[in-house]
Design a binder for this molecule. Structure first.
Ligand code: ZN
Length: 89
């Protein structure tokens, strides 16, 4: 028969419930949160939008006005995914 190894039994350690929880780095809000992303859009549209202030449609389907410098913003995950999948706007 197989050897029986008797491991020492440890008393189970139960972590305290008040373990520190990492707080989200940015507040989640319904309004404007997605604007913190840089979206892919047609260059012509972006240029036009800068001039006219018109909202344009991004690759992810989001309609927004790219007024801010997209540098420093993370790329919208949906836009990125779709671009990698070969989507074209
Ligand atoms: Zn997007």
């Amino acid at each position: 028969m197989a050897d029986t190894i008797t491991a020492p039994t440890f008393a189970p350690t139960i972590a305290p419930a008040e373990a520190p929880v990492e707080s989200p780095s940015r507040p989640i809000s319904d309004d404007g949160d997605h604007d913190r992303f840089a979206h892919y859009a047609r260059k012509d549209d972006v240029t036009r939008s800068y001039v006219t202030g018109e909202a344009i449609v991004a690759l992810c389907g989001k309609k927004w006005t790219p007024t801010r410098d997209p540098k420093g913003y993370p790329i919208c995950p949906t836009c990125k995914e779709r671009k990698e999948a070969g989507w074209k706007i």
